[in-house]
Design a protein around this ligand. Structure first.
Ligand SMILES: Nc1ncnc2c1ncn2[C@@H]1O[C@H](COP(=O)(O)OP(=O)(O)OP(=O)(O)O)[C@@H](O)[C@H]1O
Ligand SMILES: [Mg+2]
Ligand SMILES: [Mg+2]
Length: 292
């Protein structure tokens, strides 16, 4: 990719605000390229599959959007390399990255704004009116939201460090560990009862800072062999009484049943730890989490 390729790609991206397919005349006008140069650059972007072509013009592809975000991180001299996918048999939106300061971190790409379905009806209605930018807009919004939530919680709550965000991509701190689901808690250096209460304490801290995870389970707790853990995967988190104020959605906000979501999170943890002999009452835990 050369500078003019990036220039054209960014112009396609910006033009997606007004077009589902960007007409070639628009690209010609906005880039100021001569016809031959434009044709050459377009064919390169298509070859890389960073854009798609139709009779109506050109549009940005998911690969193109990924490339723009990666290029931004590289230009900022933040990352020097991208490694393989984290975990096995995953949908494939989390990768190992190496930061310029040689530290290992994790790159999470939000695709298609999957979590927007948990963000309420009005949000979906808003996006429905803007169908052609919806995936760009929704995936960026989701990444921004997760980054903002992590920024509110880190380092008080055991969550990944938010390092950088661009478009739909997040760079966050990495824990060399595995999902709780995939480890045998009895083989860890910590006893199950103790670990369970440690996790509940983090839930309580998050709550006191204004957030309910909303998708908490043994799949979203990472743990290493020493028993250090992180609670991950926050884009759908619910703001308690809107104390967190991270939502920048351009319409009135949705009311959530906070008790329902918090209890569901706690129930998931209880269910998982039951087989390790943990037996607590849901109401007792709930009251512990919400009490000041
Ligand atoms: N900070 C991290 N350090 C190490 N591994 C991580 C980190 N964040 C995520 N992972 C790995 O990537 C997986 C997916 O991350 P995460 O749960 O945030 O994304 P997701 O796409 O929302 O997943 P899901 O489909 O489970 O909702 C995790 O289950 C974990 O294996
Ligand atoms: Mg997850
Ligand atoms: Mg998730």
């Amino acid at each position: 990719m050369e500078e003019n390729d990036w220039k054209l790609l960014r112009i396609v991206e910006i033009s997606m605000k007004n077009h589902e397919w960007v007409p070639i005349q628009d690209l010609k006008r906005k880039t100021g390229f001569h016809e031959k140069e434009l044709a050459f650059r377009i064919s390169r972007l298509n070859k890389f599959r960073f854009t798609n072509k139709s009779n109506y013009g050109y549009r940005l592809s998911h690969y193109g959007y990924d490339a723009l975000a990666m290029n931004a991180f590289i230009k900022k001299e933040l990352i020097t390399g991208i490694g393989g996918k984290v975990g096995v048999g995953k949908e494939g939106n989390v990768y190992h990255v190496l930061l310029t300061n040689t530290r290992e971190a994790v790159l999470k790409l939000h695709i298609l704004g999957r979590t927007c379905f948990s963000m309420g009806k009005r949000y979906r209605e808003y996006l429905a009116n803007k169908r052609h930018i919806s995936w760009l807009y929704a995936s960026r919004l989701t990444a921004e939201r997760e980054f903002n939530i992590l920024s509110h919680l880190f380092p008080i709550v055991k969550v990944p460090e938010p390092i950088e965000q661009n478009r739909h991509a997040l760079i966050i701190g990495k824990l060399h560990g595995e999902e709780l689901k995939r480890v045998d808690v009895e083989k860890l250096d910590v006893n199950p009862e103790e670990l369970f209460m440690k996790i509940i304490k983090e839930v309580k801290k998050a709550y006191s800072l204004g957030f309910i995870h909303g998708d908490l389970s043994e799949f979203n707790v990472l743990i290493n062999s020493e028993g250090d853990f992180l609670i991950i995967d926050w884009p759908q988190a619910i703001e308690v009484g809107k104390k967190g104020k991270v939502d920048k959605l351009p319409f009135e906000e949705v009311e959530y049943d906070e008790e329902f979501y918090l209890k569901r999170d706690l129930e998931n943890l209880l269910r998982y730890f039951k087989k390790y002999g943990v037996d607590e009452s849901l109401d007792k835990l709930y009251n512990y989490v919400i009490e000041k």
